[in-house]
Structure formats: C-alpha cells, structure tokens
Design a protein around this ligand. Structure first.
Ligand code: NAD
Length: 435
C-alpha cells in the first residue's frame, strides 16, 4: 500500500544533534557553550539568559488506537530562543525522548542556525512513542493532535518544525494540514521538509552532502590543496556520505575508499562513485559484494593515507584510540559528533584541520531555510538556484568560522561556537531586555 510506505519512509532531512551525554544532555550542551562564553567574556546575566530555554511545552496527546483503546502520549516542544528569528527545529518520535534531551537539542539548533547565518532561533520537539509499532492511522492521529495542542506555538513567524528522528515528509504534510484547518489559512511555511508538491524545496535531499563538499573545497583552498591531486575516504554511504562522495569526485577528487555498515571498500585508482551509488540503490542501500574493490575494515578506512576524511556514518568514530593514526589533512564531519573531545585534542596537535559537524553538515538546515523563504514568496526556485545559494552560504559560513579561528587562535569547532554565541548575544544586546 503506497500510503503506508510513505509513512515509514526515512526522513530525508534530519536536524543534526550531537549531544553526547545521554544522562545529562543539557549539561553536555552547556559545556560547549561555556568554552565560547569564556572566550567572549560573556556578561553573567547574558550567560544565564542564553543557556535558559525561553519556553518548555509539555502536552498530553490522547489517541484512539486502532483497537479502540484510548492511549495517552507525552509530547514536548522547547523553544530555546527567538532572538535571531522564529525558532526552528525538528520533531522526533522515539520511545526514549525526554524533555532534557529536547532542551539540549533546541539550544543546539540556536547555535547551528547562527553559524550558517540563517535567521532562525532554536527549537526542538518530541513525542514519546514507538512509531515502528504504530499504524499509519495511529501516527496520523498522534501527529494531528500534537499539532492541535501546540497550535499557538507553531507558525511561520513563530516556530517552524521539521522532520527529525522517525518523522518524515508525510508527517510534515499532516502538520501543515492540521495547522491550516485550525487557522483557516493556507500556509505551507509552518514546517519544512515537506513533500515538494506541498511546498518543499528542490535540492533538499542532497543538501547536507552538498554542504560537506562545499566546506571541504573551502578547507582545501585554505591549505593550498588541489582537488585533482587529492584523495578522499568516506565513512558511511547513506544520504550524506554518498552525495558528498559523488560531488567531491565531480570536483576532481579521487575517492579511494568508502564504507557502510557491511565494511570498507578500497580502490587505489579511485572509484567511479556513480556506479557505487547505482550498485547500492539496487542492493538495498548496501555496498556488500561491490566488484572492483579491496575489502578493508571501517577502522582501516579511518587511518588510510588520504588527504580528506569524511566521517558520515555515526557518532564517536574518531576516538583517542585511533586519532594518533589518522593521516588525513582535513576531516569534514558529515555525521553528528563523529569525533570525541579527547580525539579532538590529538588531531589538533597533529595539525589536522577538522571542519566541525555544526558547520560541515549545516547544508540541510540551510535548504530548510530556503524552503521557508520560497513558501513565503510563493515562488519556487530552480535546483540550480538552490544549489548556487547553498554553495554561497556554506562558503561564507566557512570563511567566517575560519576567520574567527585565526582571530581567537582556536580550532574551527571552538570558533564555530564563539561565532554563534557572539552573534546571538549581540542581537540580544541590540534588542534589549523587555521590561
Ligand atoms: P543514512 O542512514 O542515510 O546513512 C548512514 C550510513 O552509515 C549507511 O551507509 C550505513 O550503512 C552506514 N553506517 C552505519 N554504521 C556504520 C559503521 N559503524 N561504520 C560505517 N558505516 C556505517 O544516514 P545519513 O542521513 O546519511 O546520516 C549520516 C550522519 O549524518 C548521521 O550522523 C546523521 O545524524 C548526520 N546528518 C544527516 C543529515 C541529513 O540531512 N541526512 C543532516 C545532518 C547530519
């Protein structure tokens, strides 16, 4: 049944969220913020303001299940702040989501939007549920009631949700419909990550991988590296990794290694990435059995003598155990949190340029912003226009972070936070505190 397939289709756009400490996610977020606040000598009152979510909504969601039972679910929406614009952030449906996690992720969205100069504040939402065990009808009723409960919170000028873990374009379509039924309006800009027929943007699926390519090109330029003389290894061959590999190859880089959950694949002459993509498409998204490749382990891939390493699989892949053996000159973090803090120190000592996740994988949130702009204009851009504008924004964001890293003599990761916190604090000073 095609309807059911759409419900369970994987989200094409997930707001990245590398918050490591599952027990204390909010404190973990604050530790990163603290480094930037110290460098900026942030006023204690401003510090307090910027770490505190402006609103935390907790709502009970009653759903009539298919067997006639009434079941209550708990939903959250945290608005971290709206200093730079309406708040923006995904909604996740998972059994273990909790308000502390949502608070941390909402704050993280504030910094992320600020780094790429997107005029949004930060938010995040979640519903405690197990979508895998729910029918399409149950998911639809849950989504519509969650939306109705938060009707005063959401809005194109107020708070704009997006897909995140276990939510997708279909779920966004239900939010649009419910919101418009209640407001008696026709506003598609209330969410991003919608189907294109309902006002989604072209280029959204490729946006994160494209952003990774773009910042990698900028990093190479800074280091005086020529793409056509450079080799690349990509860990993870899903949405982000495969697009990044394809676009880097298009720019002349030699992609010598790729991997997925089935293992690593190496070809010293460089892969034809298009044929890897075509193979994975036919093979349930797996590279297992790809001909013309030497089999390597995922660990071996990370320590290959390549110029660029793109971790695009999952968190905590580069640790203090393997960091000393990493030979790449540039690491572009497609995944969220692929490098642990202790590995960061080692990579820095070894002079490796790490383009951090908050910047490198921000292509998705940038095209999400484009989607909102197009919806409000009621005028949709060509793919070429979306891509050119994305490239321009990613390049500018990279240059700004790079300049901040030189100014404050810190790695790009710290520089990203310094830039973001400074921007939000400056905007807050200009707006002032309403009495
Ligand atoms: P995906 O599910 O499409 O792909 C993940 C890939 O990683 C698959 O090829 C999988 O086989 C592989 N993989 C899983 N475990 C692995 C392992 N141990 N070793 C090697 N490969 C492994 O996911 P995605 O959307 O490409 O996301 C990848 C990362 O990028 C995640 O950290 C995600 O949060 C982050 N991210 C994604 C987006 C987006 O727009 N999709 C945006 C920002 C950040």
């Amino acid at each position: 049944m095609p309807f059911k397939q759409n419900v369970y289709e994987q989200a094409v756009y997930k707001e990245p969220a590398p918050i490591r400490d599952e027990e204390h996610p909010f404190q973990s977020m604050i530790r990163r913020f603290d480094v930037a606040a110290k460098i900026l000598e942030l006023d204690p009152g401003f510090y307090e303001y910027l770490v505190t979510p402006s609103r935390v909504h907790i709502t009970a969601i009653p759903v009539i299940m298919d067997d006639g039972r009434l079941k209550l679910f708990e939903g959250y929406r945290v608005i971290h702040n709206e200093i730079l614009g309406p708040s923006k952030g995904g909604i996740r449906y998972t059994p273990d989501v909790n308000v502390n996690e949502v608070k941390a992720l909402a704050a993280w969205m504030t910094w992320k939007c600020a780094v790429v100069d997107v005029p949004f504040g930060g938010a995040k939402g979640g519903v405690v549920c197990d979508p895998g065990s729910m029918s399409p009808g149950e998911l639809e009723r849950l989504t519509r009631r969650y939306t109705a409960n938060l009707l005063d919170v959401f809005g194109p000028e107020k708070d704009i949700p997006a897909p995140d873990m276990n939510t997708n374009a279909q779920i966004m379509a239900w939010i649009v419909d419910t919101y418009n039924m209640h407001t008696r309006a026709s506003s598609t800009a209330v969410v991003t990550g919608k189907p294109t027929i309902l006002g989604g943007s072209l280029g959204r699926v490729e946006a994160t991988g494209r952003g990774v390519m773009s910042v990698t090109m900028s990093a190479m330029e800074k280091l005086g590296m020529n793409p056509t003389d450079s080799t690349v290894a990509v860990q993870g061959f899903g949405n982000v990794g495969s697009v990044a590999a394809k676009l880097l190859a298009e720019r002349g880089c030699k992609v010598v290694a790729v991997s997925d959950v089935t293992g690593g694949y190496y070809n010293e002459n460089g892969f034809d990435v298009e044929s890897l993509v075509a193979y994975a498409e036919k093979n349930k998204r797996s590279l297992a059995g790809f001909p013309g490749a030497e089999s390597i382990s995922n660990d071996e891939l990370l320590t290959l003598p390549v110029d660029v390493l793109v971790p695009a699989a999952k968190e905590d892949q580069i640790t203090s155990a393997n960091a000393p053996d990493i030979k790449a000159r540039i690491i572009s973090e497609g995944a969220n949190g692929p490098t642990t803090p202790s590995a960061d120190r080692i990579l820095e000592e070894n002079g490796i340029l790490v383009v951090p996740d908050i910047l490198a994988n921000a292509g998705g949130v940038t095209v999400s912003y484009f989607e909102w702009v197009q919806d409000r204009q009621g005028y949709f851009w060509t793919l070429d226009r979306v891509n050119k504008r994305l490239d321009r924004m990613m390049k500018k964001a990279f240059d700004n972070v790079y300049a901040a890293s030189e100014q404050y003599e810190v790695p790009l990761r710290t520089a990203s936070y310094v830039l973001a916190v400074d921007k939000v604090a400056t905007a807050l000073k200009l707006r002032g505190i309403y009495a």
